[in-house]
Ligand binder design. Structure first.
Ligand code: ADP
Length: 534
């Protein structure tokens, strides 16, 4: 069961989903890039279209002005006519103060509305039709003479307009501004009408900006649509990639939950050689380790119960026998009672051994810190303890420990216990008449403690496993040993404890079966201040 309270709080959906975060990040980046790109393209397209439209309008104005330049056409006469009207009008209005500002009625038309400058008006209309733009013909003073759009008298004076000014100065210039009448944005261009060295007037052309840029808008719309489609595609791709990335993580989560629920056969597929692949490999390795650990634990519990059950059965059988014999056979009953005691002792030893093992391995011991010690004396004491047992077994115990040894950082009593354990085994398994040796010497940066015997040794196939818990080479022979209290139960725990004690004190232990028979156990402990080369 996952512990929900262990999850950090998440307020937003993307905080809960790695996949969503990746997709959102990619989507955001794509959106930004495509928007900037579209804006840039838009600006360029609009500018290009505007330039083209301006140029075109300029050319149209130029062509129209050109048409008016033929000296034989009589257009000049109409301009002259218009100038006369203008003069007359100005003359009239200068005599009438109230009307002095009224320039809205140059009246180039008759009262019936018929055009009085039909040639110029015709040119304006023809060019307007051909070009699709508005054409206005202005005189030199900027007044509208003819227009394709509105009656000329409704058009305000255009002299101040930039394009008109430029045309009169012989330069090309366009303008974009709001139309006087409609307020719509318009594009303006103008060209001078020249007859020889005389300038008659100006052709002014205008076109709604909307119209001029319609093509640009269409193009930009296509670009935006393409960008949107690309964005959708890229986001979909990012989502797919994110899914691919997250899938192994999800697999691992599922496998971890299943493993937590007890299924240790879980494996996640290792699909890539990248970090996720490495994580999957590590995950599988972890599951393997957990399973192996559990199996060791199970085997340990099974072995322990088995070892405890044997003496319990023996105890029960003896107890029943003593009860049924009663007072009839006191000597037999007394023998059973002794056996009862020894079985009980054996159980106690196994229980103690197990407890000690678990204590060493859990590091739950409240042992004082290690001290710098000279092991010579503790080793001699260990030998002294075993001296009598060796004699009883008809063995010679040789002690080759120098008077003093370099100091090592250990718990002396634990190393002594390990050595007693080895001596106990040696005495136990070596037939009478044999020899057991305890030796200590300096080799390189270590102190080497050797326990050797002239016994049968251990078969090569058993050697790798003798330090395993409950591992015994010869079960029957082994069970009869372990006479010293607290040392070796005869259940195959003695060497496990010995190894745990040595390693706990920073050393290591090796077992060697000699070809000529006899075992050699070697404990190595690093000397203080020497760099170990192990
Ligand atoms: P036990 O408590 O049964 O003696 P140990 O862990 O001390 O268990 O020893 C494991 C096995 O190694 C024993 O069953 C014994 O057969 C073998 N063994 C240990 N020491 C010696 C030795 N010095 N000579 C021969 N066999 C030995």
């Amino acid at each position: 069961m996952p512990n929900d309270s262990a999850h950090p709080r998440s307020r937003w959906p993307w905080q809960r989903s790695f996949q969503l975060r990746i997709t959102a990040a990619f989507g955001g980046a794509f959106l930004l890039v495509l928007t900037l790109l579209t804006l840039w393209i838009g600006r360029t397209v609009f500018q290009t279209y505007l330039d083209a439209a301006e140029h075109e309008l300029e050319v149209e104005a130029f062509l129209a002005a050109n048409a008016l330049e033929d000296p034989l056409s009589g257009y000049a006469a109409e301009f002259e006519q218009f100038r006369q009207w203008e003069d007359d009008r100005k003359h009239e209005s200068s005599g009438d103060d109230d009307d002095s500002d009224d320039d809205s009625a140059p009246a180039p038309a008759t009262a019936t509305g018929a055009l009085l400058l039909p040639r110029l008006q015709n040119v304006a209309e023809v060019y307007a039709r051909d070009s699709g733009a508005n054409v206005t013909i202005l005189d030199l003073a900027g007044a509208a003479v003819a227009s394709s759009q509105r009656p000329p008298q409704e058009i305000p004076n255009q002299l101040a307009r930039p394009e008109v000014q430029s045309a009169l100065a012989g330069e090309e210039r366009e303008d974009v501004r709001a139309d006087d009448a409609t307020g719509a944005m318009m594009l303006f261009a103008a060209a001078p009408i020249q007859q020889g060295s005389q300038v008659l007037g100006v052709v002014q052309m205008s076109q709604p900006l909307d119209e001029a840029l319609a093509g640009a808008r269409n193009l930009l719309f296509s670009v935006a649509m393409t960008a949107l489609a690309a964005l959708a595609l890229l986001v979909a791709l990012a989502a797919w990639l994110a899914r691919q990335l997250v899938r192994p993580v999800r697999n691992m989560e599922a496998a971890a939950l299943a493993a937590a629920a007890g299924d240790l056969n879980q494996r996640v597929p290792v699909q890539t050689a990248d970090e996720l692949g490495a994580l999957a490999t590590a995950f599988n390795h972890m599951i393997d380790e957990v399973r192996a650990m559990l199996e060791r634990q199970r085997a340990f519990v099974a072995n322990a119960s088995h070892e405890l059950r044997t003496p319990l059965t023996n105890i029960k059988l003896r107890a029943e026998a003593v009860r049924s014999l009663g007072a009839d056979e006191p000597s037999l009953a007394a023998r059973y009672m002794t056996e009862l005691e020894s079985e009980t002792d054996r159980m106690t030893r196994i229980a103690n051994d197990l407890l000690q093992l678990s204590q060493i391995e859990n590091e739950a011991r409240t042992a004082p810190p290690v001290q710098a010690v000279d092991l010579a004396a503790p080793l001699r004491e260990a030998a002294a303890i075993m001296q009598m047992r060796a004699e009883q077994a008809g063995l010679t115990l040789r002690v080759e420990v120098p008077a003093a040894l370099p100091q090592v950082a250990v718990h002396a009593e634990e190393i002594a216990e390990a050595v007693i354990n080895l001596l106990d085994n040696a005495t136990k398994y070596t037939p009478a008449g044999g020899e057991v040796t305890l030796a200590a010497a300096v080799t390189g940066s270590d102190i080497e403690i050797r326990v050797a015997d002239s016994g049968p040794g251990i078969p090569a196939e058993d050697l790798p496993r003798i330090f395993d818990r409950f591992y015994r080479v010869d079960k029957v022979r082994s069970r009869q040993r372990g006479q010293l209290p607290g040392v070796g139960s005869g259940a195959g725990l003695g060497l496990s404890i010995t190894k745990a004690l040595v390693e706990q004190n920073g050393g290591n232990i090796e077992a060697l079966s000699q070809p000529a028979g006899g075992m050699v156990f070697t404990i190595k402990l690093p000397i203080i201040g020497e760099t170990s080369n192990r």
